[in-house]
Design a protein around this ligand. Structure first.
Ligand code: GLV
Ligand code: GLV
Length: 332
């Protein structure tokens, strides 16, 4: 293989993926802790055959219009709301993502947030460290039961289904809403289908597992939060804008909602003065749902496989817009 392909990896990712790319291409890695500035992406895109991009890189039509030979955008994430896919498809640019490999790790974190919020793990840890623990307290840090509670899943994709499996071990009653009802999954997972409002009204925990699309933006707003029980807990490991964050703050502050466990936010990183961060009934973590050593390595090798297939014109494992592969002539 010639070293003629030029590939840019927009942050340091696990080495296994970078090594795979180096076998077939000239690879440059952006080594900063922070994402490459937009201007640099705009400047650089013209010389690239492939880009391994992160969810922090906005890959829109303006970027693609500066591309001269770009064949593939390999996104290092399952979500691809940072990429304008129709614009890529129009230009014959393949877009790929990393589904499957991060499903269980993400479900693990959704469950971690569920348990941490229900049982006040973060504030009680702080309390212990700060020397405020005086005696065993019959009323100290009472929380919500997880076992036998009602869990509502909004979105039953791969990740939602894995959360359902975890819930079974806690004897939870699991219901889900998804625009596509899946009766096979209902039988396999022992879960029930319900409409969104019923799930919101009757669940003790609601966990979000939708992609961010125009249809799911602010899917959970003031009206939806008002339907939830005052003892209910909202978990979001999907994308911040699926929830109206201002409305969420109001509900949590006024205790019409018990707590929220959040991995994702409207604006990331969350500004220090974000009102949500002032609430003790919020557990906030920095978008780490897929952050295990093994999973990030699998994401790196999958993204690399996708990128290499995009360069070579072979079938990538997980394309987002496979239609560009069969287009009569790819423009690039
Ligand atoms: C992370 O949020 C991802 O979409 O993989
Ligand atoms: C993403 O992997 C999903 O389908 O939930």
């Amino acid at each position: 293989m010639g070293q003629s392909y030029k590939v840019w990896v927009t942050r340091r990712i696990p080495e296994a993926g970078i090594e795979m790319l180096r076998e077939a291409a000239e690879v440059e890695v952006w080594e900063d802790e922070l994402p490459p500035p937009r201007d640099l992406i705009l400047d650089k895109i013209g010389e690239l055959d492939g880009i391994l991009a992160l969810l922090t890189d906005r890959m829109d039509a303006a970027v693609m219009d500066r591309a001269k030979k770009l064949k593939v955008i390999a996104n290092y994430a399952v979500g691809f709301d940072n990429v304008d896919v129709p614009a890529a498809t129009e230009r014959g640019i393949l877009v790929t993502n990393t589904p499957g490999v991060l499903t269980e790790t993400t479900a693990d974190l959704a469950f971690t947030l569920l348990m941490a919020t229900a049982r006040h793990i973060v504030p009680s840890d702080r309390y212990t460290r700060e020397g405020r623990w005086k005696t065993w307290g019959p009323m100290l840090f009472l929380g919500q039961d997880i076992h036998h509670a009602a869990l509502g899943l909004i979105g039953l994709g791969r990740i939602g289904a894995e959360v359902a499996k975890r819930a079974r071990g806690f004897d939870m009653r699991v219901r889900y809403f998804d625009p596509i009802r899946n009766e096979e999954a209902e039988r396999r997972l022992g879960i029930e289908y319900a409409d969104l409002d019923t799930i919101l009204k009757e669940s003790d925990f609601v966990s979000l597992h939708t992609p961010l699309t125009p249809e799911t933006r602010h899917l959970i707003g003031a009206r939806e939060l008002a339907l939830m029980k005052p003892t209910a807990i909202l978990i979001n490991t999907s994308r911040g804008p699926v929830v109206d964050q201002k409305a969420l703050y109001e509900a949590l502050k006024n205790r019409t909602l018990y707590a929220a466990g959040l991995d994702v936010f409207d604006v990331e990183p969350v500004p220090k003065d974000e009102p949500l961060l002032s609430l003790d009934n919020v557990v906030a973590v920095p978008h780490i749902a897929s952050a295990s050593f093994a999973t990030r390595t699998r994401m790196a090798t999958l993204a690399a496989e996708n990128l290499l297939a995009g360069l070579r014109g072979t079938q990538p494992p997980t394309p987002v817009n496979p239609e560009v592969l069969s287009a009569p002539q790819r423009r690039r």
